[in-house]
Design a protein around this ligand. Structure first.
Ligand SMILES: [Zn+2]
Length: 126
């Protein structure tokens, strides 16, 4: 999926993700997109925000804690999707049935869900 650059302004938005696995809520780990073990995909690194520390790498979608708060921080405003986040994380959902609700509305194609500021996303993995 191409990533359209919507503007050359930096972006910094915070969708909230709640995950359920077989009916039980599970944590979204901290440091996704920061910890090398939770940073599986580097194909979007060109959009990473400014790196103050040389050598520091941060994915444009990352977490700092296990609250489910996603930090979408990029040097440009880009239409990132939920699938981008799962790719960065390295979460393999193949073989699972997935239901997704965003701001109370069922999402037919969770992969293509565009991340928005303040969005409440629930993903049910069965
Ligand atoms: Zn942030």
């Amino acid at each position: 999926m191409p990533h359209h650059i919507l503007s050359n302004e930096p972006m910094h938005i915070h969708p909230e993700l709640t995950l359920f696995y077989r009916g039980q809520q599970v944590e979204v780990p901290e440091n996704i997109g920061i910890d090398p073990n939770l940073y599986a995909y580097h194909g979007l690194d060109r959009f990473s925000g400014d790196m103050d520390e040389p050598g520091a790498r941060l994915a444009p979608i990352h977490t700092h804690d296990s609250s489910g708060r996603l930090h979408v921080e990029a040097s440009k405003t880009v239409d990132f999707t939920l699938n981008d986040f799962f790719k960065i994380w390295g979460l393999n959902l193949r073989g699972h049935s997935i239901r997704c609700i965003a701001d109370g509305i069922p999402v037919r194609n969770y992969r293509g869900l565009k991340l928005e500021d303040g969005q409440q996303i629930a993903v049910y993995i069965d």
